[in-house]
Each structure stands twice: as structure tokens, then as C-alpha cells.
Ligand binder design. Structure first.
Ligand SMILES: NC(=O)c1ccc[n+]([C@@H]2O[C@H](COP(=O)([O-])OP(=O)(O)OC[C@H]3O[C@@H](n4cnc5c(N)ncnc54)[C@H](O)[C@@H]3O)[C@@H](O)[C@H]2O)c1
Length: 364
């Protein structure tokens, strides 16, 4: 892609000013790489609330109004409800803006293709940000595996308990409604929405996947709310490493969290030892956020930045720095995000066929 880095601060706009803005804005505050020039949201209260952070930014109810205003914008932070990505992201690319999009990219490969085509047609960069790849304990987990300290990796285990009590972030009714809409379309909140992050870590750590097997369950709360747990997804990477992600629902469990609450663990088993991240969004196990065992000794990392919000800050800074220099990986590019989507779609296909093995590259 003939991308030309900017020789000046990037002119950016936020498109969507809801809950996740509070996390994403951290990459933009006090950042000399960016000038926030516009804020867009149909909700007037949100516009007024967020304008306090950026008093000089212009505000608009729609992206079309911003595009028609003549204001110069280089890149946008797309924080739209997920069901709007399929139409909304091509629209933003068509206005000639680079786009930093949120997960889940979209629900199927047809919509993903439309996004990739729009980026190509407009000669713009589409990034699907993955903040977990910037969470310091997970970065250190990767570095530990690559250092040889625990020997060659032979297995990867992710455990997630979606607990019901302890979240600080409140989900407004409108956000809950679009989550439920995606659930009704077969893209549930645990396996697809949150799971997008978990599947991403596998691809990031161990590369392409050749086979996926899954058993996706449902727990119903009345006739309309169906949560996609208990669920278990297993896979094998082309390099031979096998992985498993298990997600369980524990509605009455309390775990204090500054954000969304979950009890989460990521563990790489190597030939000589293991390395485990003990928590992420919730304040689960009060042990060091990363522990490494090898040769009869356990080492704990007590001083990593294990505040989940820092991963948003660092992901945002990375994107803006990338626009300034064009150097390094996007984490994730749109093509890499399509691999995450294929991984999830392979899990759905496997589960629909009693757990048969599915090659994500064969998913149509
Ligand atoms: N990376 C993560 O861990 C993480 C966490 C939470 C949410 N997300 C993602 O962030 C995105 C937004 O989530 P959220 O929780 O902020 O949702 P939200 O519902 O709180 O906010 C969405 C905002 O978009 C606005 N909006 C609706 N239609 C719009 C349009 N056409 N143009 C501009 N704005 C519009 C709404 O008024 C609302 O303010 C979703 O894709 C979600 O999956 C990611």
C-alpha cells in the first residue's frame, strides 16, 4: 500500500462517543502525534460530555455532516455499535479517512470483503485495533515464550469465567440492545464479542491455525436472552501447538473490576516449564499478573502495568505513531482481522457439526 506517513500531527475524529470512548481516548490525550479535530455522535448528550475533553473540536451528529463540512480529517477512531461496522466502516473509508476500527470487525466474510475493498478502492488504511496485544502481561508472556526460558511451546490454555458481579462500567440500555441484536444474529457476547480478543491472542502468539473444533453452549435468561456459554474451542496451529479456550458463566460470582469483570488466565506450556497470566479486566487472582515456572523455580512479575485500560492507551498511541512513521506492524491489519473472523467462523461451523474439525481457511 503506497501509504505516505504524515509529517505533522494526525488530524483525527472520534466517530461514536459511547462507553468505549473512555478507554480509547487514553491514546489521544497528551499525545503530540495527534490533533483531535472533530467528534461525531447522534446523541447530543454524548457530544456535550465528550466536548469537555476537546473544547476546540467541531461536533457533528453524523459522519456525513463531518465529511460535508470541509474540515480536514486524516484518520478516524470508529467506535460504532458493532452491528453498524459492516456499512459504517466502508462509509468512513469512502470519505477518504484512515480508519481505526473496533472488534468484532463484522459478522461474516462478505462484509469483511466489502471493508477490504473499500480500503483498497480509497487507498486508505483499515486497522482493526486489538488492545489485548498491548496488555503488558500478555506482551511479557509472548516474550517469555520466545526467549526459550520455558522451552519450546507445546500448548496454550485460556480460561475465562464470565462472572456476573463486580463490573464498574455500566452498559447503557442502547448498548445492551445492540449486543442482544448481534446475539440474535448468532454472534454471542462471550464467544464472538469478547472471544475475538482471546482468539486474536492465539494467532498473535503461534501463527496460522489449521484445524478448529468447538462445542458452543447456551445459557438462557428468559425467552430473549441467550448467553453463549458454557463453550469450549480447541485448535491446532500449523506449527503443531494446540490451544484450548474454555468459557464458563458464573452469574453470582463477584470479582472486583475497574472495567468489565471476568476471571481470565492465559497459560503457555513449554517443554521445560510454563508461563501464566493470572488476570486481565477483573481483579481476579491477587498474585503477580505473570508467573513463570521453569526448572523447579517460580518467578513472579509484580511490576508489570496490568491495568487493562493501559492496553487501549498503548494501542491508540501505536496507531497514531504508525500513521506518523508507517513503521512496524499495525496490530491488527484488516487482513489479520479476517483471520480472527475465520477462526471464529470455523468454531461456529464445527459446533454446528458435533465438533468436527474445520480448517479456518476453508470457511466460506
Ligand atoms: N476493545 C474492547 O475491549 C472493547 C470494549 C468495549 C467495546 N468495544 C467495541 O467498541 C465499539 C463501541 O462500543 P461501546 O461499548 O462504546 O458502544 P456504545 O453503545 O456505548 O456506544 C456507541 C456510540 O455510537 C453512537 N452511534 C450510533 N450510531 C452512530 C453513527 N451512525 N455514527 C456515529 N455514532 C453513532 C451511539 O450514540 C453511542 O454513543 C463496539 O464495536 C464494541 O464492540 C471494544
Amino acid at each position: 500500500m503506497p501509504f505516505v506517513p504524515y509529517q505533522r500531527p494526525v488530524r483525527a475524529a472520534f466517530i461514536g462517543l459511547g462507553v468505549v470512548y473512555d478507554l480509547n481516548v487514553r491514546g489521544y490525550l497528551d499525545n503530540p502525534d495527534v490533533e483531535v479535530v472533530a467528534l461525531v455522535d447522534p446523541d447530543a448528550e454524548r457530544r456535550a460530555q465528550r466536548q469537555r475533553d476537546w473544547p476546540d473540536a467541531a461536533v457533528f451528529a453524523t459522519a456525513a455532516e463531518l465529511a460535508g463540512s470541509g474540515l480536514g480529517v486524516d484518520a478516524v477512531e470508529a467506535l460504532l455499535p458493532a452491528p453498524l461496522h459492516a456499512d459504517g466502516i466502508p462509509e468512513l473509508l469512502d470519505y477518504g479517512w484512515h480508519v481505526n476500527a473496533q472488534k468484532p470487525m463484522c459478522n461474516d466474510l462478505t462484509d469483511a470483503r466489502r471493508m477490504l475493498d473499500a480500503a483498497k478502492a480509497n487507498d486508505r488504511v483499515l486497522r482493526v485495533m486489538e488492545n489485548y496485544l498491548f496488555y503488558e502481561p500478555l506482551r511479557k508472556l509472548k516474550a517469555t515464550a520466545e526467549s526459550g526460558e520455558i522451552g519450546d511451546p507445546v500448548g496454550y490454555h485460556i480460561k475465562m469465567v464470565a462472572n456476573g458481579l463486580g463490573a464498574t462500567i455500566e452498559t447503557p440500555p442502547a448498548s445492551f440492545e445492540w449486543q442482544m441484536e448481534n446475539m440474535r444474529r448468532g454472534r454471542g457476547i462471550l464467544v464472538f464479542d469478547d472471544g475475538w480478543h482471546k482468539l486474536s491472542t492465539a494467532l498473535w502468539l503461534f501463527g496460522p491455525i489449521c484445524e478448529v473444533r468447538a462445542w458452543i453452549g447456551t445459557t438462557s435468561f428468559g425467552p430473549d436472552i441467550h448467553i453463549d456459554a458454557p463453550s469450549t474451542i480447541m485448535w491446532e496451529h500449523e506449527n503443531g501447538v494446540r490451544g484450548v479456550w474454555d468459557t464458563t458463566l458464573a452469574v453470582d460470582m463477584y470479582l472486583r473490576s475497574d472495567y468489565y469483570t471476568n476471571d481470565e488466565r492465559w497459560e503457555i506450556t513449554g517443554k521445560r516449564g510454563y508461563a501464566r497470566v493470572n488476570r486481565c479486566t477483573g481483579r481476579g487472582i491477587q498474585e503477580p499478573s505473570l508467573e513463570v515456572y521453569a526448572d523447579g523455580q517460580m518467578r513472579g512479575y509484580h511490576a508489570l502495568d496490568d491495568d487493562w485500560a493501559s492496553s487501549f492507551r498503548d494501542s491508540g498511541r501505536h496507531w497514531l505513531q504508525w500513521l506518523r512513521t508507517g513503521e512496524g506492524d499495525l496490530l491488527w491489519s484488516a487482513d489479520e482481522a479476517v483471520e480472527v473472523l475465520r477462526f471464529a467462523l470455523a468454531a461456529y461451523e464445527s459446533s454446528a457439526h458435533q465438533g468436527k474439525g474445520v480448517d479456518p481457511r476453508s470457511v466460506d
